[in-house]
Design a protein around this ligand. Structure first.
Ligand code: HEC
Ligand code: HEC
Length: 391
């Protein structure tokens, strides 16, 4: 019986192999793979930016003009500014690119595989699996108001979103494409791309610059500013529980000092004058004493990007290497776990020269966690404009 099955199996496998080879040589994705898009494009161009945030976009090389977010990124040609407004057609193309597995060499992963909407665009894993099942050494980052941000990646190595967006495509762990030219040729063969490029840029040509622009437009339109904390601004936090208020008090206190690093409307690196776009340079990093000896030194000497804490309850696990599974563990680190690294941020060093211990009691620790949970934007994770069109 077993033998008969074996005999039967081989021709079947051969047939499957031949079919698979046809698929490959054809190189066109099947009809099933085409994205499902709305009849009328969604609105991305008129971004809803609360007044308390509008000023901070200059950090990421953007300005807000009449509800429109305008990119001041330098044109590839050199010193002239190229205005790159978000357009509905441009961001629609960006959405398709973001979720298209064809951007990886073996059609296995899309940007959206490691940046998933339900996790506020992180992925819930310690390291993320790339195209060849290898795992990235760093934890995937939630995509939070990246248009306001000139401090990209855990080691803050890139300032401009537009320079950044195509890096994962060629990354040997993440997506593994040989070159952006190869990718452009590959995408031009899919039936659905030429019309999308034409709608976005006037002609159907697929180029690296256009791919980068469309992805930038899509990512820039992801504004998150709709949390319980944001709504609290209007009514003096009337909806906050006593525990959340206590946590808020601690977060902004001299004692815990959280807000001295996680500051401003984005709860990220504080402003310092003299940035590249005439705004302020927020490329802040710090060493928070995770280890005495770091395996990954980040920007150098254990310094890592001071990340935004918006949507933090959705983006576990935490830190550049995903070492902490819960916010409770993170708070316990700041409370009692800071290591005496030689480059430890001075904010954590006490008068006796040793790392400070906050001495938070059980109630205070849960209060801090409760406050961090008020930074979640439920609307972002449900917004159909940012959802996967291939599902
Ligand atoms: C295999 C998983 C994986 C894929 C695929 C992937 N990313 Fe990432 N992404 C990561 C990881 C991990 C980091 C942090 C890397 C680091 O700091 O070195 C990151 C960081 C980022 C950041 C920086 C966020 C910040 O606040 O600093 C952005 C933006 C981003 N990715 C966008 C994209 C885009 C666009 C694509 C598709 C072209 C993409 N990613 C594909 C895993 C992935
Ligand atoms: C000296 C600056 C500094 C201070 C003060 C500080 N942080 Fe951080 N925080 C950082 C840096 C830098 C990281 C990322 C470190 C890493 O991954 O290696 C971080 C990471 C975090 C994370 C995880 C973020 C993620 O996406 O994984 C949370 C949560 C957090 N901090 C909360 C707090 C709280 C609560 C306080 C106050 C008790 C605080 N921080 C005080 C600089 C600071």
């Amino acid at each position: 019986m077993k033998n008969a099955l074996y005999l039967f199996r081989w021709p079947l496998l051969c047939l499957l192999a031949v079919l698979a080879a046809c698929e490959l040589s054809n190189e066109k994705p099947s009809e099933m793979d085409a994205p499902v898009l709305p009849e009328n494009v969604y609105n991305y161009s008129n971004v809803d930016i609360p007044p308390f945030m509008a000023g901070d976009f200059s950090n990421g090389g953007m300005v807000v003009d009449n509800g429109q977010l305008i990119n001041l990124d330098f044109a590839p040609s050199g010193n002239s500014f190229e205005l790159a407004n978000i357009t509905d057609a441009g961001a629609t193309l960006g959405r398709v690119l973001f979720y298209d597995r064809q951007l990886s060499i073996n059609n296995a992963v899309a940007c959206g595989s490691c940046h998933r909407q339900e996790f506020a665009f992180a992925d819930g894993k310690k390291g993320s699996e790339g195209f060849g099942s290898k795992v990235t050494p760093r934890n995937s980052m939630g995509i939070v108001n990246v248009a306001m941000n000139n401090n990209l990646f855990w080691d803050s190595r890139i300032a401009s979103l537009r320079q950044m967006v195509t890096k994962p495509v060629q990354n040997h762990i993440e997506m593994g494409m040989e070159s952006m030219e190869v990718l452009s040729e590959k995408l031009a063969k899919a039936d659905y791309y030429p019309p999308l490029f034409e709608a976005a840029f006037g002609t159907p040509q697929v180029t690296e610059g256009r791919i980068a622009l469309a992805l930038t437009q899509f990512l820039s339109s992801m504004i998150t500013a709709n949390s319980k904390f944001d709504h609290g601004q209007e009514n003096n936090f009337a909806a906050f529980s006593e525990l959340e208020k206590m946590g808020q008090g601690l977060f902004f206190s001299e004692r815990a000092q959280c807000s001295s690093c996680h500051s401003g409307p984005n709860f990220s690196a504080p402003d310092a004058p003299g940035g590249p776009y005439g705004g302020s340079d927020v490329r802040g990093t710090a060493n928070i004493g995770l280890d005495l000896v770091y395996q990954d030194n980040g920007k150098g000497d254990g310094q890592f990007k001071i990340p935004s804490l918006r949507n933090i309850a959705l983006t576990a696990p935490y830190m550049h290497d995903g070492r902490f599974n819960t916010l409770e563990e993170v708070v316990e680190h700041y409370n009692s776990g800071i290591q005496a690294h030689h480059n430890l941020d001075p904010k954590f060093i006490g008068p006796d020269g040793n790392p400070r211990r906050l001495g938070l009691n059980v109630m205070e620790k849960s209060a801090l966690v409760a406050f961090l949970k008020t930074l979640t934007d439920e609307q972002l994770v449900q917004d159909v404009r940012f959802s996967d069109p291939f599902r």
